[in-house]
Ligand binder design. Structure first.
Ligand code: NAI
Length: 336
């Protein structure tokens, strides 16, 4: 079975190549899985490159819309392996119509993202980015570096799915009181997590960490009205999706001195690695750049998932998905 792997980064080929030999003797038709890696991303211009391949492997930035799928179908590609959880960039209706199977990796390492959320919270609260730069400049003074203890403070976790639950456990380990809001409370957390309304969470939390999916009902859930309900000095962290926060309102809230710190791994403008292009024009007009001008804001570039363990899990599940396709097995990782 031949897979064409789009938008390859070095860490992708390393993690897939490391695990590929484990799948060598499991193939159904005696033909081992082989992977060809290319740097181009999947879109209607590059889909034809998949001629002669059984499957393509794509990512969050790929364009797996109707045009791409039609070309893949014409080239006799039967499987799209999404090496991520999200599939909002896949035209599922079209894939179903064409009989192309789409599979994904629903959860790879919730702890990777939750640990990054706590890293952002700590870095903002203790101004680690500022401390790092000051000491490098030989300035060992403590001015501007004072934070607060998290111990015995209240952590408010918005959504307690896989990642939010991991964040609850981390905050509990820090000796924090943990409260949470979710439309479906997680029974396994009830020993140390108190479920409250969103309004109560906003009003009581010293640290707020957002872990809910982006949907119509959660779009811009953090806006000037919800920001005003928060405690002064709150540390706000978002590792989920940028558009959960209305950026202009966040800027207004920061100007109102509402926040002790803001840590973001995701931001509204983040599509197709806009910042990898880094044109001056993009940076000049971007709201993300406005956010970066504040001393209590720290932004990372969607790296929450980016640990060795998560990459291994993504490779393992994607190749298992390929095998399940080959053997015609149903899978919970099927997108339709
Ligand atoms: P999950 O599916 O396990 O949990 C989602 C939770 O959100 C569920 O408990 C659900 O009940 C809750 N929920 C749904 N609608 C809600 C609403 N209207 N209000 C409140 N809660 C609601 O998802 P998981 O794996 O925990 O991922 C959460 C999010 O993290 C993903 O949607 C994704 O946006 C983000 N993510 C970020 C990564 C990064 O690298 N920064 C990597 C992976 C995911």
């Amino acid at each position: 079975m031949k897979i064409l792997f789009y938008d390859t980064k070095n860490y992708d080929s390393s993690s897939f190549d490391a695990i590929l030999p484990n799948f060598a003797d499991k193939s159904a038709d005696g033909k081992p899985i082989t992977i060809e890696y290319i740097k181009s991303d999947l879109d209607p211009r590059t889909a034809a490159l998949a001629e002669g391949f059984d499957a393509v492997c794509a990512f969050v930035s790929s364009d797996v819309g109707a045009d791409t799928l039609q070309i893949l179908h014409d080239k006799k590609v039967g499987l799209v392996l999404m090496r991520c959880a999200g599939f909002n960039n896949v035209d599922i209706e079209k894939a179903t119509e064409l009989g192309i199977r789409v599979m994904r990796v629903p959860g790879y390492s919730p702890e990777a993202v939750a640990e990054h959320a706590m890293a952002l919270a700590l870095a903002c609260n203790r101004r680690l980015y500022k401390a790092y730069n000051k000491v490098r400049e030989n300035d060992f003074s403590l001015s501007g570096l004072m934070g607060v203890n998290f111990y015995q403070k209240t952590a408010g976790i918005i959504s307690t799915g896989k990642i939010g639950a991991a964040m609850c456990r981390i905050c509990h380990g820090f000796g924090m009181r943990v409260i949470a809001y979710d439309i479906y409370p997680n029974e396994s957390l009830k020993e140390f997590v108190e479920y409250v309304s969103l309004e109560e969470l906003l009003a009581q939390s010293d640290l707020i960490s957002i872990h809910c999916p982006l949907m119509d009902s959660t779009y811009h859930m953090i806006n000037i009205d919800t920001i005003k309900q928060m405690k002064d000095g709150v540390v706000l962290v978002n590792t989920s999706r940028g558009a959960l926060i209305k950026t202009d309102d966040l800027v207004e809230g920061i100007r109102m001195h509402k926040f002790g710190g803001v840590g973001l791994d995701v931001y509204e403008e983040e599509t197709n690695n806009v910042f990898e292009d880094r044109s001056d024009e993009i940076l000049e007009h971007s709201t993300t750049s406005r956010l970066l001008s504040f001393p209590n804001v720290m932004i990372t570039s969607h790296q929450g998932f980016f640990t060795q363990e998560a990459l291994e899990a993504i490779a393992e599940t994607s190749l298992q998905n390929a095998l399940d396709y080959q053997t015609g097995k149903e899978s919970p990782n099927d997108v339709m």
